[in-house]
Ligand binder design. Structure first.
Ligand code: DAK
Length: 257
């Protein structure tokens, strides 16, 4: 798979997408969103891929939307073009996807990371929503997702001042799941992703869907959804395999088609 602004590698059942605009700290251009969406489409269509990773370079996950490209956008450009919708492709990813963040994840970069299922952060990671300093506010979920991750007080402070938080603060407030030494970040993300990819793919996807329901519905509706999906899993060969393997004291072999 060849793209202008992202690189795609597969490692067994793991698909790794690396944002790649080194000259601009991976600033997110219209082309980058197109390439990212196409890479996601391809990896999601491939049944041998069970988990995805989105990462950047050591210096930058992504320094935000491309300010040089955005500077002269007009209101009709942003409203009539597919600017907003195309960014949402990442949040519609059905397979599990991990953000592996090293260096800066700012503005749209922080928003992309938050669209993933969880964030593994290098000890060098820095997160922020600095859009207000450019005379705009977060436009791709920053005010909504950051608030759900870290609560109103910290989200409000981050969005109103544009200050960055480091990896330790990000872990403390629940934005990232774990901090990893920068040199080991991708290797550790690959291990975590391989572990997830070895699970039953439909069960992993249903689990993701169910956790996400917690953000979108009442507790009673969410519990009902979870129960129905859980019940449906008894129709899967992977449920028979997982439980038989436990009883036989052997590793389970999921995803046999
Ligand atoms: N856009 C374009 N170029 C960027 C960039 C960006 N966001 N960030 C960095 N660069 C470029 C720099 O211009 C510089 O290019 P040259 O001058 O070498 O040509 C190169 O990358 C290296 O950057 P620096 O020289 O500045 O490097 P430093 O280490 O000194 O500083 C920094 C690193 C990350 C602190 C700094 O570059 C910085 O503050 N960058 C801007 C961060 C920022 O403000 N990000 C928020 C952007 S606004 C939307 C969805 C989302 C959004 C909007 C709409 N819709 C769906 C409608 C999102 C908006 C944003 O993200």
């Amino acid at each position: 798979m060849e793209f202008e602004t992202v690189q795609v590698e597969t490692h067994g059942r793991v698909g790794l997408i690396r944002l790649h605009r080194p000259q601009a700290l991976n600033a997110i251009s219209v082309q980058l969103i197109k390439d990212l969406s196409a890479a996601l489409d391809a990896l999601e269509a491939d049944r041998t891929i069970g988990c995805l990773i989105l990462t950047g370079s050591e210096r930058a996950f992504a320094a935000g939307a491309d300010i040089k490209e955005m500077q002269n956008f007009t209101y009709p450009d942003t409203y009539l073009d597919d600017f907003i919708t195309s960014w949402e492709r990442l949040s519609r990813t059905r397979k599990p996807i991990i953000a592996a963040v090293s260096g800066v994840a700012l503005g749209g970069g922080c928003e992309l990371a938050m669209m993933c299922d969880f964030i593994l952060a290098a000890d060098t990671a820095r997160f922020g929503q600095p859009e207000i300093r450019l005379g705009v506010m977060p436009g791709s979920g920053g005010t909504q997702r950051l608030t759900r991750f870290v609560g109103k007080s910290k989200a409000m402070e981050m969005c109103l001042t544009g200050r960055m938080m480091d990896a330790v603060e990000a872990e403390r407030c629940g934005l990232v799941s774990r901090i990893i030494p920068a040199a080991d970040l991708v290797e550790e993300a690959l291990k975590v992703a391989a572990n997830i990819a070895a699970m039953s793919l439909p069960v992993a996807m249903m689990t993701k869907e169910s956790v996400n329901r917690a953000y979108e519905t009442s507790l009673a509706e969410g519990i009902r959804f979870e129960r129905r999906v859980f019940q449906s899993q008894f129709a899967l060969a992977d449920q028979k395999e997982g439980m038989a393997a436990f009883i036989a004291k052997r590793p389970a072999e999921f995803n046999k088609e």
